[in-house]
Each structure stands twice: as structure tokens, then as C-alpha cells.
Design a protein around this ligand. Structure first.
Ligand SMILES: NC(=O)c1ccc[n+]([C@@H]2O[C@H](COP(=O)([O-])OP(=O)(O)OC[C@H]3O[C@@H](n4cnc5c(N)ncnc54)[C@H](O)[C@@H]3O)[C@@H](O)[C@H]2O)c1
Length: 335
């Protein structure tokens, strides 16, 4: 039995607590939140000890692993304190606020021999898992474009991150995961409309090694929630609704032959549309099972600290591009 705890049980962390509470082979030993009311409410609902001082939680409950779901600006400080104490940690996305912080977290986890995972949850969306499998199989042939839309109403509670760090980091990680290619350069246009100090609208474009183009349309100014991803290749187009976990494939009837390994585009016309069956599951349950499995077996989690770092690096470059209106060439190209 592994002992789990959650620090920060606001809108996301309480879901981590629920999933650990229901997970086989794991015991939720306690939760921590600096807000006494929140801590008491969540502690009572899962019938576990609750703390306003997370170090007391660690000392008394001695968890093997912790989900850290405090605001992003605290990920580094509390993450270091947990790792220093030899606790395996899943840090909610984004890993930290700066590249230096992320690098230090990774190095510390290496020194202490603890598992460091990052909560880029979309990798565990069953529609994304199926999409990745099919992209890798070459169903769409050579990929030309990946396009995400992540549009939401404004969330007043998020004050320590703008929409690029908070929301677009999901899409950046998804693009890295699905394209499996380094990013060569990127450009952003950002706007600040409602947020008091940070961008709340972001449109980004990036070029991958091999030529594919990534387009991100992300904002907090939309009066409904949209989470969509399309991938266009020589043999057709995938569309994926990340909320309803639906995946479709629009065949290009003029698709290059299966035997043409480069699958070069010679023409495009409408072909069959295939609705792909998805075995639905809760992404968070799969993410935490992956983290627990990595701790148990001493292997890398699906989303490593390094993934968190590279995604953060790209997100920060997008923010910089938006501020200075310049194309950023990625110096450190990595997967
Ligand atoms: N993976 C996802 O889909 C997803 C979704 C939402 C949020 N998140 C991430 O989760 C993190 C938390 O976001 P949220 O939306 O749940 O925010 P939130 O404000 O709802 O919750 C944060 C909680 O942390 C607590 N907290 C603050 N400082 C603390 C401290 N020093 N010690 C203990 N508790 C403290 C707050 O009281 C609050 O209850 C952020 O990093 C965010 O990016 C991820």
C-alpha cells in the first residue's frame, strides 16, 4: 500500500484526493490546504486528516507520494521541500514559473532519487491516446498541420499565471507529444482584455522540424468552453474533441498510396468519414495511476520533469514573443 497525500485542495487538488481515495493499492493519508475552511471541508468529505501546514502533514502522515496542486507560483518552493524530504511528487502543470526553477526541481529529484511527474493531463485523455497511436501508425500520412483550440470563460481565481502558462501549456505539451519533433521557431500575438496583469488571449504559431506547422488558439474571453484539436496530413484529417473524448478521421480520397512511405500530397478530395470508437475513462485517474505505477516500479512517468521543463520553455518563449512582437528561434531544440 502506497501512502498518498494532496497539497492544495482547491478546484483541481480535490479531484486528486478523490481519485487517490478510490484507487486500489493506495491509501489517501491526508490533505493539506492553507485555507482552513477548504482543508476542513475536503478532509471531512474524504474522511482523512487535514492540515493547514503542509510540513506538519508530511511529518505526521509520512506519505510516499504527493500531488501538489497549489497555485503555480508556489510549485517550486513546496516542490523542493517535498523532494528534499524524499517524497515522490506529481506537480500540477505548469511545472514551475521559470526555466531555472524547473531545472532545479529536476536536478533535486535526480539527486534525491524521487519520481517527479508533471500534471499534463491531456496525454491521458483516451481520445488523445488513440489519436497518438493512429498518428504513429501513419493513418494520416505525413503530418502538415496540428491545430488546437482551448477557449474558456474568464476564471477570476487564477491571478499568478496568464492564459499561456495556465491553459496553452496543455496544448504545447500535446503538440510535443503528438508531433514527436523539436520546435524550430515560434511566434505569438497576445492580448490583455480582462485580466489585471497578464495576457488572457493568445494566438501562437510554431514550426516543427520536418516542416509541420502548429497553431494554437487559446483564450479566457469565450463564453463557452471549447477544447478541440485537428491534425491534417496527406491521407486525411483527424478531429478530436477533448471534452467529449470523440475522435473522427476524414479520409482524403486522393490519398497517396499506403506503400508510399513519404506519403506526399498529390491531391485532396472528400472521402469517407470514420468515427473512431474510444474506450472512455477519466484522464486524471489514468494520470495518477501512471504516477503511482512509476513510483512502484521505479520507472519514468509518462510526463517527466523534463517534459514539464520543455513545455514551460516553449510557453515562456511564446509569452516573450507576444511581448516583443518577434519570432523566437528555439536554441535548445529538444523533444
Ligand atoms: N491539469 C489540469 O487540468 C489543471 C486544471 C486546473 C488547475 N490546474 C493546476 O493546478 C494548480 C492549482 O489550480 P486550481 O485551479 O486548483 O487553483 P485553486 O486556487 O482552486 O486551488 C489552489 C489551492 O491551493 C491552496 N494553497 C495556496 N497556497 C497554499 C499553501 N502555501 N499551502 C497549502 N495550500 C495552499 C489554496 O488555498 C487553494 O485551495 C495550478 O498549478 C493549476 O495550473 C491543473
Amino acid at each position: 500500500m502506497l501512502k498518498a497525500a494532496v497539497i492544495g485542495v482547491g478546484s483541481m487538488g480535490r479531484n486528486h484526493a478523490r481519485v487517490y481515495r478510490e484507487m486500489e493499492g493506495v491509501e489517501l493519508v491526508g490533505i493539506g490546504d492553507q485555507n482552513a475552511q477548504t482543508a476542513a471541508k475536503v478532509g471531512a468529505s474524504f474522511v482523512v486528516p487535514y492540515y493547514t501546514d503542509y510540513l506538519k502533514l508530511i511529518d505526521e502522515c509520512k506519505p510516499d507520494l504527493v500531488s501538489l496542486a497549489v497555485p503555480t507560483s508556489l510549485h517550486f518552493k513546496i516542490g523542493c521541500e517535498l523532494i528534499e524530504r524524499g517524497v515522490h511528487v506529481l506537480i500540477e502543470k505548469p511545472i514551475a514559473s521559470t526555466v531555472e526553477e524547473a531545472e532545479k526541481l529536476i536536478e533535486l529529484a535526480r539527486q534525491k532519487g524521487v519520481t517527479l511527474a508533471v500534471g499534463h493531463i491531456e496525454r491521458f485523455n483516451p481520445a488523445v491516446m488513440e489519436l497518438r497511436r493512429r498518428v504513429r501508425e501513419g493513418m494520416a500520412g505525413r503530418i502538415y498541420k496540428i491545430h488546437t483550440q482551448r477557449l474558456s470563460p474568464y476564471p477570476p481565481r487564477i491571478q499568478d499565471a496568464g492564459v499561456v502558462l495556465d491553459l496553452a501549456s496543455h496544448d504545447i505539451d500535446l503538440m510535443r507529444y503528438l508531433m514527436e519533433r523539436p520546435v524550430l521557431r515560434l511566434y505569438a500575438e497576445t492580448l490583455q482584455t480582462i485580466h489585471s496583469g497578464r495576457e488572457d488571449m493568445f494566438n501562437g504559431i510554431m514550426r516543427f522540424q520536418g516542416g509541420a506547422i502548429g497553431i494554437l488558439d487559446v483564450n479566457w474571453i469565450t463564453p463557452t468552453k471549447i477544447r478541440r484539436l485537428t491534425i491534417t496530413g496527406a491521407r486525411g484529417m483527424f478531429t478530436c474533441d477533448l471534452l467529449s473524448q470523440e475522435l473522427f478521421f476524414y479520409e482524403n480520397e486522393n490519398a497517396p498510396s499506403q506503400w508510399d512511405t513519404l506519403s506526399i500530397l498529390r491531391g485532396v478530395s472528400e472521402g469517407n468519414v470514420l468515427g473512431i470508437r474510444i474506450a472512455r475513462h477519466e484522464p486524471l485517474a489514468a494520470e495518477l495511476a501512471d504516477f503511482v505505477g512509476a513510483v512502484e516500479r521505479g520507472i519514468s512517468p509518462t510526463v517527466t520533469g523534463y517534459d514539464g521543463l520543455e513545455t514551460l520553455r516553449i510557453a515562456l518563449d511564446f509569452m516573450r514573443s507576444g511581448e516583443v512582437s518577434e519570432i523566437i528561434n528555439e536554441e535548445k531544440v529538444a523533444l
